[in-house]
Design a protein around this ligand. Sequence first.
Ligand SMILES: Nc1ncnc2c1ncn2[C@@H]1O[C@H](COP(=O)(O)OP(=O)(O)OP(=O)(O)O)[C@@H](O)[C@H]1O
Ligand SMILES: [Mg+2]
Length: 207
Amino acid sequence: MESEQTSLVQTSEGKYSTVYYDPDRDICVKVIKQRYSTRQEAFAVMMPMFADYMVMKHYLGEYVPDTTFEIVKIDESYVIQIEQEYLEGMTILEALAQAQSELLDTSKIADFLEMCLAMYSQTGRVPDLLYDVCPLLLSSFLLRNLVKAVYPYNPVNVLVTVAEGKLIPHLVDTSFSRKSLHPKYGKAYSRLIVWNIKAILKILKMK
Ligand SMILES: Nc1ncnc2c1ncn2[C@@H]1O[C@H](COP(=O)(O)OP(=O)(O)OP(=O)(O)O)[C@@H](O)[C@H]1O
Ligand SMILES: [Mg+2]
């Protein structure tokens, strides 16, 4: 397996994964940084990731890229490897700025954001369209409102491509944020994501 990976080109570094472009197969390969000593251990971590992906695919359909998960042996340890189409995309806020100057159709971005809100009201879960708000902020009313004051945050987990004058969002990170599972701040974190989604929708509707 190692020899197969020598042609991979690293394109990005996430918190949990290293992101590569595989020129031979023209796909995106994400290798989760954590190493496991047994295949079973890696499998136990991979299954909830796969479950998250299935939930997102169910609720957000076309906006979630087809994604595969597998366990790969590297040296003496096991890693989780995620593969999906490689997208040369921009962030949502970059896309909205471009739409303003080039008259691009933003209806699919609005549709995607509305679907995220519908998913939240039906399941209480929402993809991480906020990114990196620390639990300390969530614990303080004052700080929480400071966060809201500088909305919207640019969600890095979504990449936007352009096809026939239309902006198409792709939710490339198919796992729910670990912060939304926090026993104390999880619910507040999800509510902040929802606020952010609504703030982006507001910008869209002003256009
Ligand atoms: N399919 C893809 N095509 C091109 N670039 C991608 C793709 N998937 C992810 N990326 C880039 O890599 C970054 C990190 O990917 P991803 O969010 O899946 O990993 P992560 O480990 O969860 O990172 P983070 O903790 O930063 O969210 C994305 O923000 C995006 O810029
Ligand atoms: Mg991510």
